[in-house]
Design a binder for this molecule. Sequence first.
Ligand SMILES: [Zn+2]
Length: 286
Amino acid sequence: MTLQQAKADIIHVGRRMYERGYVASNDGNISVRLSEDRLLVTMTGVSKGFLTPEQLIVIDYDGNVVSGRFKPSSEIKMHLMVYQERSDVNGVAHAHPPTATGFSVAGIPLTECLLPEVIVALGSVPIVEYGLPGTMELVEPIRKFVHDYDAYLLENHGALTIGPDVINAYHKMETMEHFANIALTARLLGNVNSLGKKDVDNLIGLRDRFGVTTKAVCQLQNGHNINDQSVADSQPIMPPNKKDSANEQPSQDELVRLITREVVNRLGAGGSESGDDGQAKIIPVR
Ligand SMILES: [Zn+2]
């Protein structure tokens, strides 16, 4: 990889990330492996939508600046770890795509077997435990996943994707965000049908043909109606989708009674007792 080509690739990826709304302000960072001892990375504090060649810096694997007038992003520590752990990776992209990041905030990983291209290219996207951006707190939790996945949701932060080149890494970011949008739409529509084991196995079998090396596999589900109890437990509470008339809404007392009954049902007999008025009282669970 020549320095000139690497600079052109990072500028190209930065523009696409910005145009698709994956980064706001000066968010995100991008890097390319130049050689055994050199990386090209984005500088700190600039919009990725309007990068110039001078805003890209050559560093060594300890993060020292080799050439360039500016400081690299503090989140480059994440990139350094990836390159040290994965010799097959030559490009890394970090951004805050809104829907995928929304899943990370909701604590819902993108692990279901829903779409063929996602099953082939990514397999599954885990949520990596939160760490303070710019510190090793952010880096170490990713290390636990780095050999098994090529795309990661960073809890309450954003997303990271890696690949044999930086364009490939960026395409995984696009695929992840597209997947997150579709998964969100299906959840809002109230039903999520996933693919079965045979279909998933067939798709995994196509990976060699497309040069996909990840071993990550999506999680097969049994029941898929979002209203199923097993799925509903992990759903955020949605507001009512229509307000027909005041008469059709339960009163506040009625609402309290319904919620209490539901909570008591979920706690089971061991978590409740009958009160004097015949209604259950909730014992706090610690
Ligand atoms: Zn970030």
